[in-house]
Design a protein around this ligand. Structure first.
Ligand code: AMP
Ligand code: ZN
Length: 460
């Protein structure tokens, strides 16, 4: 059996992955808070985990994998949006969940096996919190329940930081109901106009961290294999999940391998809602960037490296994919995924390494292998290929004829020359006949550039 190696944040080492049970490999990815469209950065670990899921399926078989990704559908950001807009909370969350599913599917991601919503697990969370209180790890103060961080000696082990460093580095909230500023909320009271559930501590709602611990425990058990998220979640979210889970179930390890992706950046800064430097996945899809092109750009950089999104990368991805689609168009061979592909991907999800290998298959004319390897990464599939179909450029041909006629009459060729250079730049050869013009796609053809031209002339 192929050995998968994964970089484990907990040990800071690349380790051979040994599941607890080969017939029941379990992974959990922290999912989105559903109040708004996902931005492009949010897609990064979904694609990363999707690749991991495909690899685990290949090695252990589909039936042996349980992949869980939650929806955080109770949060102050959601409450605020509801209060501002006057729309019921469940309208907002169910709409956003559907957007999210559509956008992630457009990027070629398989759906996880289970996608629990936090609001469906309130009794489990209450149960979990009661256990923590009984065991002396949590206390009740002014209707709040807080986790007492000093009671957990391994706090900070994941992010490798001391408690003092963490306090200095993060904005730790000081509040009258906290015995120690590091303590975090497990349960808080809800005012009448906010969602709330009856609990032993009055009507209230859960804190954020407890939901992942409770859902992972309920679905995957006290100890499971892999837990992931962006590296911005290491502290406090993942430290807190570990603290709660290991204190409530002292005989367990909680998650054994922790995988964290680096951030998608804009000008050296993390793309984020709060900085306002973001664009949504839907923005890009609507602008004509194909889901497959976006996915390829992500796959080209290892998940542990910071990366930028930019137009030249998208254009290069488009060219490569168009070329590969051309090569595989008439290929009907059924080739199994080459071992060397699985081997390379098994080295801590080396997606860029697999892409290099696919290039070498292309240059050697090994088309069956090319297709099998690409499909393994979730690209070059039939569903993802619509963007690559022959593009209708007849409106540009008509425009060219109109401008050409005007140019001949006025003896001013400026406008038609400008259009011609844009077309050439987009990879369209301009073939002028007696009474018509034909635009022919060449190897440098770019759908994205054609979309830009159509926009420019108001033809889209
Ligand atoms: P949020 O909705 O901000 O809690 O984020 C949902 C997921 O997206 C978490 O796993 C974050 O770590 C991840 N994430 C947020 N921003 C970025 C970014 N700029 N690049 C990569 N991942 C991100
Ligand atoms: Zn989580």
């Amino acid at each position: 059996m192929i050995k998968i190696k994964l970089h484990n944040t907990l040990t800071r080492k690349k380790q051979i992955f040994v599941p607890l049970d080969e017939n029941n490999v379990r992974l959990y990815l922290c999912g989105p808070t559903v109040y708004d469209r996902a931005h492009l950065g949010n897609a990064r670990n979904v694609i990363m985990f999707d690749v991991l899921y495909r690899l685990l399926i290949q090695v252990y078989g589909k039936k042996s994998i349980t992949y869980v990704r939650n929806f955080t559908d109770i949060d102050d950001k959601i409450n605020n949006k509801s209060l501002e807009s006057g729309r019921p909370i469940t309208d907002i969350t169910s709409e956003t969940i559907q957007w999210y599913l559509d956008d992630m599917a457009a990027l070629g991601n398989l759906e996880p096996n289970l996608m629990p919503k936090a609001t469906d697990y309130i009794p489990q969370m209450i149960n979990f919190i009661e256990r923590l209180i009984t065991e002396g790890f949590a206390y009740v103060e002014e209707g709040h329940v807080l986790f007492s961080v000093s009671k957990y000696k391994n706090y900070g082990k994941l992010s490798g930081r001391s408690v003092e460093d963490m306090i200095a580095g993060a904005r730790v909230e000081i509040a009258s109901y906290k015995r120690d500023p590091m303590d975090f909320v497990l349960w808080k009271p809800s005012e009448k106009n906010l969602p709330g559930w009856e609990s032993p501590w009055g009507r209230g709602r859960p804190g954020w961290h407890i939901e992942c611990s409770a859902m992972a425990h309920d679905i995957l058990g006290a100890t499971f294999d892999i837990h992931g998220g962006g590296n911005d979640l290491q502290f406090p979210h993942h430290e807190n999940e570990i603290a709660q889970s290991c204190c409530a179930y002292p005989e367990s390890e909680f998650a054994r391998y922790w995988l964290h992706n680096e951030m998608l950046q804009v000008d050296g800064k993390k793309m984020s809602k709060s900085l306002g430097n973001f664009f949504t996945v839907r923005d890009l899809l609507d602008k004509g960037f194909a889901g497959e092109v976006i996915r390829f750009v992500f796959l080209s950089t290892h998940y542990s490296k910071p990366m930028d999104w930019n137009l030249p990368k998208a254009m290069e991805a488009e060219n490569i994919l168009r070329k590969w689609r051309g090569l595989t168009k008439d290929n009907t061979e059924i080739v199994s995924i080459p071992d060397e592909v699985v081997q390379i991907l098994s080295d801590d999800l080396n997606t860029a390494g697999v892409i290099s290998l696919i290039h070498s298959y292309a240059s050697k004319g090994e088309i069956g292998k090319l297709k099998a390897a690409a499909n393994f990464l979730g690209i070059l599939t039939e569903e993802m290929g619509e963007w690559c179909a022959e593009v209708d450029v007849s409106s540009l041909e008509d425009l060219f004829m109109t401008l050409r006629k005007q140019a001949i009459e006025s003896k001013n060729f400026e406008n038609v020359d400008k259009l011609r250079s844009k077309l050439t730049n987009a990879g369209l050869d301009v073939q002028i006949g007696k009474s018509n013009v034909t635009l022919v796609q060449n190897a440098r053809f770019s759908q994205l550039k054609v979309t830009e031209i159509l926009d420019f002339y108001g033809l889209s």
